[in-house]
Design a protein around this ligand. Structure first.
Ligand SMILES: NC(=O)c1ccc[n+]([C@@H]2O[C@H](COP(=O)([O-])OP(=O)(O)OC[C@H]3O[C@@H](n4cnc5c(N)ncnc54)[C@H](O)[C@@H]3O)[C@@H](O)[C@H]2O)c1
Length: 429
């Protein structure tokens, strides 16, 4: 029966996840892209995108579409939501300063949707949460503000997002999508809906909780695996051998998993395990492996900074007052996203040693960096007499820098990504 339904889809939250989703659905259905951030709506309405995830030609085409049954509009007016019958929520799910889930954006979005919800509507959550969050935390808000009854009047789905910003190969439609629904029939309907845009196919999970848990463990697994090699990096530094060399040797065995050490930032891998841990703790189990992995990963920035200082002292540099250059501030390569970047840990540690720290990132927005982190980021590389250079992010632009020149002028070079030519580095993770 749902095959014939005329969907009007609202995507709530047009960031890294919401915008690509709105674009894909708009090729097949009428889509309203909604965000509370007015400047974001204004930029999207003129076909611009600060996340650099959207194909701007495609975006413009959808904005101009005169098609009766598809096309894209953007708005920050809640009244525009009233005509929609599918609501897909892609708002942030951060942690607070105590590393506990901060559900406020999710609950505010649920409250807003509750006020426009009608009989027969479906609310699908895509934001990463802990198992149980949709039905135990969001549904009561939807019921309260709509006066409607869950699974009688309205329904829910959960379909976790797996995109990888900056990755031009594994894009939204090419990644298999997990789907779920609050009843058998709704699960079918949600699955069918996503199958219209996801060419890689869908996987219908048996329940919303299973779908929520599947996303949480994808990121927690990656976090734990990286924490293992990060711990190895701490051990091998003391032994005096190169971690990448060891991993390369061990990786010749068929079942060795070749994870690389590094900073674990961003709002997914470094955050989602805390969601899972929170749920676990609420049920009386204090996770050991998940949280110890988090502790190791959260301390890598400090390790890098301290190692650089030791190398400088070994060279007879006074440290205090010396100029140091950090290459990259975004939480990952070839992407402007600075949320929860752990490069800040290196910056702050070096700053505490009294060094003059320059951070160069051609991708990140200096205005946002000033607002979020309170220092001036350089978008242009200025040559100074740097005594240390830290490759913190493997942006493609950093491959072609003249490391030979820096080395010849006495700079210590630390490569946290094992990314640049090894002969120029003094140490790497
Ligand atoms: N970015 C990723 O790589 C990625 C990948 C998979 C899953 N996720 C998850 O998807 C969710 C969204 O992440 P993102 O990276 O797109 O976040 P984002 O910060 O890029 O975008 C979120 C958008 O939601 C808007 N917003 C906040 N509160 C709102 C509200 N009440 N109503 C309407 N709009 C609101 C913000 O203004 C912002 O534009 C998070 O749960 C995240 O963990 C992100």
């Amino acid at each position: 029966m749902f095959m014939d339904k005329a969907y009007k889809i609202a995507i709530i939250g047009l960031g890294y996840v919401g915008l690509p989703l709105a674009i894909e659905f708009a090729k097949k259905y009428k889509v309203l892209g909604f965000d509370i951030d007015q400047p974001r709506i204004e930029e999207l309405c003129v076909g611009e995108d600060r996340t650099r995830e959207a194909d701007l030609v495609e975006l413009q085409k959808l904005l101009n579409s005169k098609n009766e049954s598809s096309g894209l509009k953007f708005s920050s007016l809640t009244s525009d939501l009233e005509s929609c019958n599918i609501f897909i929520i892609t708002v942030p799910t951060p942690i607070n300063r105590f590393k506990a889930p901060d559900l406020s954006p999710l609950l505010k979005a649920s409250e807003m949707i509750g006020k426009v919800l009608k009989k027969g509507d479906i609310v699908i959550y895509e934001s990463t949460v802990y198992p149980g969050c949709t039905e135990e935390d969001c549904v009561p808000v939807l019921e309260r503000h709509s006066g409607l009854k869950f699974n009688t009047d309205f329904f829910c789905g959960y379909s976790p997002e797996r995109i990888n910003p900056g990755d031009r190969v594994n894009t939204l439609t090419k990644i298999k999508k997990v789907t779920s629904g609050s009843t058998e029939a709704v699960a079918e309907e949600v699955d069918h809906l996503y199958a219209q845009i996801i060419t890689a196919g869908t996987h219908k999970a048996p329940s919303i909780k299973v779908a929520e848990a599947s996303k949480a463990i994808e990121n927690a697994q990656r976090d734990v695996n990286i924490s293992f090699v990060n711990e190895l990096a701490l051990i091998f530094d003391r032994i005096g051998i190169d971690t990448t060399d060891v991993i390369e040797a061990a990786g010749t065995k068929w079942n060795f998993l070749k994870y690389k050490p590094g900073l674990v930032g961003g709002h997914c891998i470094g955050v989602d395990p805390y969601y899972l841990a929170h749920k676990s703790e609420s049920l009386g189990y204090h996770p050991q492996v998940i949280l110890s992995g988090r502790r190791v990963n959260d301390n890598m920035g400090m390790f890098v900074a301290n190692k650089v200082v030791k190398l400088m002292i070994a060279k007879g540099y006074p440290v205090k007052g010396e100029k140091v250059l950090i290459l990259g501030f975004a939480f990952k390569e070839n992407c402007p996203d600075i949320r929860n970047t752990r490069v800040i840990d290196i910056y702050e540690e070096l700053h505490q040693f009294g060094m003059e720290v320059t951070v160069f990132d051609p991708w990140a927005d200096p205005v946002l960096v000033r607002k979020e982190y309170g220092f001036e980021l350089d978008n242009v590389l200025i040559d100074k007499n740097y005594k240390a250079i830290i490759v913190a992010v493997s942006h493609q632009e950093f491959l072609t820098l003249d490391y030979k020149k820096y080395k010849e002028s006495g700079a210590i070079i630390f490569d946290t990504k094992s990314f640049i030519e090894r002969k120029y580095t003094d140490a790497r993770l």
